[in-house]
Write a protein that binds this ligand. Structure first.
Ligand SMILES: Nc1ncnc2c1ncn2[C@@H]1O[C@H](COP(=O)(O)OP(=O)(O)O)[C@@H](O)[C@H]1O
Ligand SMILES: [Mg+2]
Length: 291
């Protein structure tokens, strides 16, 4: 289990992570959903020992990060937001490099390279140079690399950013398979449909705070499962209202003179309701001006 207690990271006057308390259980597929600047990368970097906290603590399976960084590190695999592979080396050479950094014995490393490439369907490309890889293949290789030292937790920071729909879906399947085999997966995303499709639990991150935390179904249910969309032509604006049953939504629709549409509520609606700001909008400017 991963336990965050009062975790805080400040940059000057900005609270990138603000007194976060959170428990993530073994085997969970946990999603952190939030707009740009919400603090997702900061939190992932803190969980992966790369960024020290200003206040508070992180423990993994009872091991406090500040006490035993290298033990925590061995339990964690990370796929960072930006591609950081050696583009002039082959897939296999990239993995060998990582294995050496983790001081993996040569025979274990050889075995794990084969297994990780097999798992990510990259075995037949192992001797190809990264420069020729597609975005999706690079992401898969970054996952293979993160799995090399057999971590218990996989941290992924916006793993599908910039990928086309097909590559994204393939990566979703890969992540699902990993989780099904027992891996604890922590993923950040600003794609609402990604969180909804993959995660057993989702935390909405907003200005460094988790403002809601539950299963996608419960988060949606709490807003009302039926959304009534009304487009007001006078102001060219769509307004949404939420209802727990279709009948009440229909009743309301009949009383309106605007054009209306009743549809199932989604996780984006819930986020907007809670924050009054769409997922995907940039927080940077707001965060700075509020700080
Ligand atoms: N190294 C840094 N120095 C100063 N400010 C930073 C640094 N890293 C992140 N921030 C600020 O912290 C906030 C959260 O950033 P980040 O964790 O990158 O958000 P996200 O990954 O959700 O887009 C932002 O306001 C960002 O500008
Ligand atoms: Mg980020």
């Amino acid at each position: 289990m991963i336990i965050l207690k009062n975790l805080t990271k400040t940059y000057g006057s900005i609270n990138a992570i603000d007194q976060l308390n959170l428990r993530i259980h073994k085997g969970e597929f946990f999603g952190l959903l939030g707009p740009n600047g919400a603090g997702k990368t900061t939190l992932i970097r803190m969980l992966s020992t790369l960024t020290p906290s200003t206040l508070g603590s992180i423990s993994i399976d009872g091991v406090l990060m500040d006490r035993d960084k290298s033990r925590v590190k061995s339990k964690i695999g990370i796929v960072s937001q930006h591609t950081n592979l050696e583009s002039e080396l082959t897939a296999k050479q990239n993995l060998e490099l990582h294995g050496k950094l983790f001081r993996m014995p040569k025979d274990v490393l050889t075995k794990r390279i084969d297994e990780s490439l097999e798992f990510t369907n990259l075995s037949n490309r192992k001797n190809d140079i990264i420069r020729h890889f597609s975005g999706g293949m690079k992401r898969k290789l970054m996952i293979a690399r993160a799995l090399l030292h057999s971590p218990e937790v996989l941290l992924m920071d916006e793993p599908t950013i910039g990928l086309d729909v097909t590559a994204r879906r393939k990566l979703w399947d890969l992540m699902k398979r990993l989780n099904k085999e027992g891996m604890t997966v922590i993923l950040t995303t600003h794609y609402v449909e990604e969180a909804e499709a993959l995660c057993s639990r989702v935390g909405f991150l907003n200005f460094g705070k988790i403002i809601a935390l539950d299963t996608p179904t419960n988060l949606i249910r709490a807003s009302g499962e039926f959304a009534l969309e009304c487009f007001d032509e006078r102001v060219n604006e769509t307004k949404n209202m939420f209802f727990s049953d279709r009948e009440t939504a229909l009743e309301k629709a009949k009383s309106l003179s605007t054009s209306v549409n009743i549809r199932p509520t989604n996780l984006e609606d819930t986020f907007v309701l809670l924050t009054n700001r769409k997922v995907g909008e940039n927080h940077e400017c707001f965060n700075h001006s509020l700080a």
